[in-house]
Design a protein around this ligand. Sequence first.
Ligand code: NAD
Ligand code: UGA
Length: 462
Amino acid sequence: MIKNICCIGAGYVGGPTMAIIAQKCPGIKVTVVDLNEKRIADWNDPNVENIPIYEPGLSDVVAEARGRNLFFSTEVDKAIEEAEMIFISVNTPTKTYGVGKGMAADLKYIELCARQIARVAKTNKIVVEKSTLPVRTASAIKSILDHTGNGVQFQILSNPEFLAEGTAVEDLLAPDRVLIGGDSSEEGQKAIQALVDIYANWVPKEQILTTNVWSSELSKLTANAFLAQRVSSINAMSELCERTGADVNEVARAIGMDSRIGPKFLKSSVGFGGSCFQKDILNLVYIAKSYGLNEVADYWEQVIIMNDHQKRRFAKNIIKTLYNTVSGKKIAFLGWAFKKDTNDTRESAAIYVADDLLSEQAHIAVYDPKVSENQIYFDLNYLESRSELENKKGLEVLTDPYEVCKDAHAIAVLTEWDEFKTYDWQKIYNQMQKPAFVFDGRNLLNKKELEQIGFVYQAIGS
Ligand code: NAD
Ligand code: UGA
């Protein structure tokens, strides 16, 4: 029986997953460690509403378990030493240098964790890959761990995480499945069972799937590739709908009722964002290429090409509709996060749309209910399209959505926050330049209502 768990990485995955394990397994001590002192301090903030990740329901879970059997710490060595099971939940971004730049997953943080575990461990450990990794990473981790020379036995499991941001708590409490990959040896099977026993505290046994390590690693990349592919598929259709008089929402409903296709993940949008879809597909493309499977690589790369096109054409359409110039015009952005109910902005379509419009000298005003001003400038500056000063001049961040829309020539809806639907749209209209345009990148607002008020309303795919 496992009594002591450590998780390396207190991010969007490590924090919520460990909070739920701690909540559901009060007999297990769970310590989440991170090198980032600020992040750990925020997880320990006496006011639980200040934890660093916004997820509906998460602060209640943390409030229940923190200090009881859930701990956040920067003492990585100590937590590794104490634990019988160590989850690695660090970031695995796309490489920005060297071989595989812009495609392969950067595994340096994973390797650092493996080396640290190898250095510190004095008793046998089960090491669990929670991060999303290229298929066959477990063999690299094992090779590092097995060469420590201090006689400690390690078992490596793959246990990829399928939660989506914004619904992390819900997804963790009632996952469609939990996937655990491990070695077929007796020791491997024992390690798998130890992890199954933890999840079995709240997940029905039939939903806990065990496989070999490689299937588990590859299933995670495959799941994300299939999900992203659905969004790119419906987005490809949205452009055709706009040319032909078909309505993408009607098409999505019509095909989604076919039980073989299913209704979920068919919402046309300004393009998918988030830290994982693009990175994981690029990684998949890189892996396929490295085995010489060029057709496989090209097939999946098209999902990204389509997504880039969708973001770009949204910006182009704004420019074209505003009489081919947005220079000096105020464009209001409602939303910056990559989806609703999260403060995460990684790869958000809003960043790229803003970048394109700033290059056309638009003036952008942004409102997002959960994203900070600092984060928005950080995202834009990261692109290095222009100087930080120019970004500051071209874009302002306000905390009042009505101020953001005031005197604007157009509003662009970039995130599907529920509150946008409840605004006083007549009041917004009255304060805008005329004609008042709305470009709804999420098909969120009520077209009829807005057109009755007098807006020129354009959605995606109709
Ligand atoms: P994140 O960037 O939010 O968190 C990773 C954390 O790891 C950071 O706080 C970083 O400081 C810490 N870290 C890095 N190296 C470390 C080290 N050597 N020692 C201690 N701490 C270290 O990342 P995330 O969004 O939580 O993603 C983590 C992994 O989970 C990625 O592989 C990602 O693909 C995968 N994943 C993410 C999601 C999601 O919704 N974000 C969902 C499923 C899977
Ligand atoms: C996604 C997967 O859904 C998770 O299963 C996975 O664990 C995670 O990636 C990961 O590996 O990081 P996430 O990116 O948090 O989760 O959120 P999604 O709900 O998948 O949305 C991703 C993007 O696609 C968002 O920008 C969203 O707005 C967009 N999207 C989603 C659409 O445009 N249309 C849809 O129908 C669905």
